[in-house]
Design a binder for this molecule. Structure first.
Ligand SMILES: [Zn+2]
Length: 371
């Protein structure tokens, strides 16, 4: 009996969250100001980290301390990159919080999206000289190319697997680094201060990798065509247009554009040359992708939808489901006919030409071919 009680006490003690006495003393009560929709409570200090629950307008919260993270412009109380850590270790943007006084910084800084990355992940930098480093679907140079990463690109190295031996600029090694998107880069071209941990046993067996069919980058959830029924010509980085980092799906003005997969709206922007409006039909002589939306999905995948006819019908921070209508086809910005310019980025955020991948094979491999 005594033994059982002791065991239970130890068990319960182990389950209780560890409370730092010092920070707990500084905790303060605050109020959620979000009359239009519930405030998302997240695992980290950015909207692309996991949403754990919501808090309704007027809810009371206890803030333990603050960390820096993603800047939120659309809050009701202030524009800020500060996020409030709650007593249970979750985060809310301080942009939506009314509080009587300043909040102390958390003593152990939590990097943006730390919760999304493996705890032991190591930071690295591409050191490939003039040629972009290839991110591949398996740890061998014969494996399908998923992305080309420019020299100097910052990387998050989740873990390492043994693969093809590569003699590179930094070292000669059979080790390959897995990125958060599930792709691999040879460690021979990566500068880093520490060695990433070995990948868990779920890693694909390296010996079989070169011959194995292309493993798609990790992208959880269902994928659908953003413009069902319409086709895209191959158009990603063509010889004539090497800077075209997406595909163009020709359509009609007003056709609903759908979220290619579940995710979070991270940008709703009018991107156009100064002196022009996204609310007018664009032309080939005007720069910019017009009204666009960027979505962040699980697995470090981001998608971009350009040239909408008017501002998207979704808002930054909003969660969308696969297939949910986010806006309508138009011809705003650098466009000579109604169409959707669609981009897929891996290892995001951030997004840029360096991590854009050809949407056609990507969508095909995710069961959602575009025409
Ligand atoms: Zn395009």
């Amino acid at each position: 009996m005594r033994k059982t009680a002791l065991f239970l006490a130890v068990l319960i003690g182990g389950l209780l969250p560890a409370v730092d006495v010092q920070t707990a003393q500084a905790a303060q009560a605050a109020t959620v100001v979000s009359p239009k929709r519930p405030l998302n409570v997240r695992a980290g200090s950015a909207v692309w980290t996991a949403q754990l629950r919501t808090l309704s307008h007027g809810s009371s919260v206890t803030i333990v301390c603050q960390v820096r993270g993603q800047r939120i412009d659309q809050g009701t109380v202030r524009v800020t990159d500060l996020w409030d850590r709650l007593a249970d270790g979750t985060y809310v943007s301080d942009a939506w919080i009314r509080r009587p006084q300043e909040v102390p910084a958390c003593e152990t800084a939590t990097p943006v999206a730390a919760a999304a990355a493996a705890p032991a992940a190591v930071a690295g930098t591409v050191a490939s000289g003039g040629i972009p480093l290839k991110a591949r679907s398996a740890p061998a140079h014969g494996a399908p190319l998923v992305a080309a990463l420019a020299n100097g690109t910052a990387l998050t190295l989740t873990c390492q697997v043994r693969g093809e031996n590569i003699a590179g600029r930094v070292r000669t090694t059979p080790m390959w680094n897995r990125l958060p998107s599930g792709t691999y880069v040879s460690d021979a071209y990566v500068r880093r201060s520490a060695t990433p941990p070995p990948c868990a046993a779920t890693a694909p067996p390296p010996a079989a990798a070169p011959a194995a069919p292309a493993a798609p980058p990790a992208a959880a959830g269902r994928w659908v065509s953003p413009l069902p029924g319409f086709t895209a010509r191959p158009g990603f980085r063509t010889p004539r247009n090497p800077n075209h980092i997406g595909v163009d799906i020709m359509s009609f003005t007003g056709t609903p554009i759908r979220a290619a997969s579940a995710g979070t709206v991270v940008e709703v922007v009018c991107n156009i040359e100064a002196g022009h409006s996204c609310d007018q039909t664009g032309s080939a002589s005007i720069g910019g992708c017009g009204w666009y939306v960027k979505l962040q999905h699980a697995g470090g995948i981001a998608t971009l939808y350009c040239h909408m006819v008017r501002r998207a019908i979704v808002q930054p921070g909003q969660k969308v489901a696969a297939g949910q209508v986010i806006g309508y086809v138009g011809s705003s910005g650098n466009s000579s006919a109604p169409h959707l310019h669609y981009e897929v980025h891996v290892n995001a955020p951030p997004t840029g030409p360096y991590n854009a991948v050809d949407p056609l094979p990507f969508m095909r491999s995710h069961g959602a071919p575009i025409g």
